[in-house]
Design a protein around this ligand. Structure first.
Ligand SMILES: Cc1cc2nc3c(=O)[nH]c(=O)nc-3n(C[C@H](O)[C@H](O)[C@H](O)COP(=O)(O)OP(=O)(O)OC[C@H]3O[C@@H](n4cnc5c(N)ncnc54)[C@H](O)[C@@H]3O)c2cc1C
Length: 495
């Protein structure tokens, strides 16, 4: 059933087994898994089925750190969340992304990649992806094969491309049909109310997004699924019982904000005649599934040099060869093997490089003094990048350049220097991670391995805010995998 908040009597008190707040990929993946089951599920959504500028304005906030997108223009507040505009690139995190790496401070999830494997398979179905897992050999064909390098430090991988699924189009039907699910649109959570003493959630305080009035909700299990910035905002803003906000006894909520810095258009690869076909590294369809190949360093190579993960996609320089005449001359002059011919007319690529960040407690979501129309303090985002973040991208480019040269595939004119800051154009990917990080130790993380807020038996968080580290893969496939796992946990945890 889907109803509007305006149909709920102001001052009412609603009850449910599970209350999910937010209908982005995280919230809907949970509701969808519980649909048809024995739990009464209440889903609260601040927006409606269609985008609405007045609702979107509730997301406005300030950027006080590295330059970032306006906070009301890098996510969607409405049914389906940011699935309404996402690009659909999907890839699971790598096994080593979950491990504690000595050269990455604050790394190490309390779960392993293997704990998510089955949930990744469910997540793929939810996002409309197909095909046999992620074994590279199965996705390679004669005409579109990953390059084989003489240098063992280089690995290929690939994205699967969701259509992209727009949940506001695909999910209203199933939500209406499920008898145990009630979705309330135009219902904004403004405060998580704790019982006196702070040991459990007493009530969710909800306002009509449009108009006046509101209602409260009591549920045996509550899941915040409001996105990587908003989950932290709501916990911080709910500070009437617990000083500093719900789940914030160790001053961790909002900290460790991570993005995937996107350093695009850097480096210039000029392919030699020996360069194999780049078809695998361009968007193509295999086994009925659109995919896009990418390059990176093996886990061993990264560990050896203390580098973070970086994914390199090849961006064809369509202006080649004429506009590249001068850069090509320079590259040829730079070559350390002058006897190896380079083409006069070349295949040319630059690199697009979404990359990992070291989790940094000073990179964070804070609350501003100003409040939105519903009385919730607005967000101040202090996004920071570190020297290791920057060195990792520059060094990855350099290692790939060495490998391409050694294999005789071409020459790379490097444009990034280890030790130098990111170019000014390096921005984020609209991936908001880390602000309610997962850790087994309550002094080091906000949620435990089950995504449950430490110290509260009935409050959970879904979404990339629980990521302990970010890897370099786009987050939504992992968000949905974790959400499906959480839904199964909730079903089991309820008597
Ligand atoms: C332009 C763009 C391109 C992207 N491309 C990709 C990509 O290619 N691959 C990828 O993996 N990711 C991509 N992303 C990121 C992806 O969209 C997010 O990772 C994903 O949507 C997060 O899902 P979520 O459910 O956690 O949060 P969201 O999608 O942000 O959903 C949060 C939900 O909570 C609701 N909500 C918020 N506050 C309240 C409140 N107070 N009360 C009630 N409800 C509330 C919102 O209305 C929304 O429905 C992209 C994002 C953007 C903006």
């Amino acid at each position: 059933m889907i109803v509007e908040a305006s149909a709920i009597e102001p001052g009412s008190h609603l009850e449910a087994d599970v209350c999910v707040v937010g209908t982005g990929p995280a919230g809907l993946a949970i509701a969808d898994r519980l649909a048809g089951g024995r739990r009464q599920v209440l889903v609260l959504e601040s927006g409606g089925l269609k985008p609405d500028p007045a609702v979107q304005a509730l997301y406005a906030g300030d950027n006080i750190g590295r330059g970032y997108f306006p906070l009301d223009a890098c996510r969607i507040r409405g049914f389906g969340g940011s699935s309404g505009c996402w690009a659909g690139l999907c890839r699971p995190l790598d096994p080593e992304d979950f491990e504690a790496r000595p050269y990455v401070p604050h790394s190490g999830w309390p779960i392993r990649r293997a704990d998510l494997d089955a949930w990744y398979a469910e997540a793929e179905k939810f996002l409309g992806l197909r095909g046999p897992g992620w074994d590279l050999a199965r996705w390679s064909t004669k005409g579109a094969a990953p390059w084989t390098f003489a240098d063992a430090r280089i690995a290929s991988t690939f994205f699967k491309l969701s259509k992209p699924v727009r949940l506001a189009e695909t999910m209203p039907g199933p939500m209406r049909a499920a008898e145990n699910i009630r979705v309330v649109l135009g219902a904004s959570l403004v405060r998580v109310g704790l019982a006196p003493g702070g040991g459990q959630v007493q009530a969710l305080h909800v306002r009509r997004t449009r108009g006046e009035g509101g209602f409260t909700v009591a549920a045996r299990k509550v899941v915040l699924a409001c996105g990587g910035i908003e989950n932290a905002r709501l916990l911080l803003a709910s500070d009437d019982v617990q000083r500093g906000g719900v789940g914030n006894g160790h001053d961790l909520v909002g900290r460790y904000f991570m993005e995937h810095p996107h350093t695009d258009g850097e480096g210039l690869l000029l392919g030699s005649p020996a360069l194999p076909s780049p078809a695998f590294y361009q968007r193509h369809t295999r086994l009925g599934q659109p995919i896009w190949g990418s390059l990176g360093l093996t886990a061993e190579a990264r560990a050896q040099e203390g580098l973070l993960a970086a994914t390199l996609v090849l961006l064809p320089r369509r202006d080649a060869p004429r506009a590249l005449e001068e850069p090509m001359r320079q590259v040829m002059a730079d070559t350390d093997a002058p006897d190896r011919p380079l083409p006069e007319k070349g295949v040319a690529f630059t690199f697009g490089t979404p990359s990992e960040q070291v989790p940094d407690p000073e990179s964070r979501v804070l609350l501003a003094g100003e409040r939105d129309r519903l009385g919730v303090p607005r967000v101040r985002l202090d996004w920071r990048v570190s020297a290791v973040d920057q060195r990792s991208v520059a060094r990855t480019h350099a290692i790939l350049a060495e490998a391409l040269a050694r294999s005789g595939f071409g020459r790379v004119r490097l444009t990034l220097t280890p030790g130098q800051p990111f170019p000014a154009h390096t921005g984020g990917g609209r991936h908001h991670m880390g602000t309610t990080r997962m850790h087994a130790d309550p002094t080091k993380g906000v949620v435990d391995a089950d995504c449950r807020v430490h110290g509260l038996p009935d409050l959970y968080v879904a979404g990339s805010s629980v990521f302990t580290t970010s890897g370099s893969a786009n987050p939504t496939l992992t968000i949905v995998a974790l959400a499906r796992r959480l839904a199964a946990h909730l079903d089991e945890a309820l008597p």
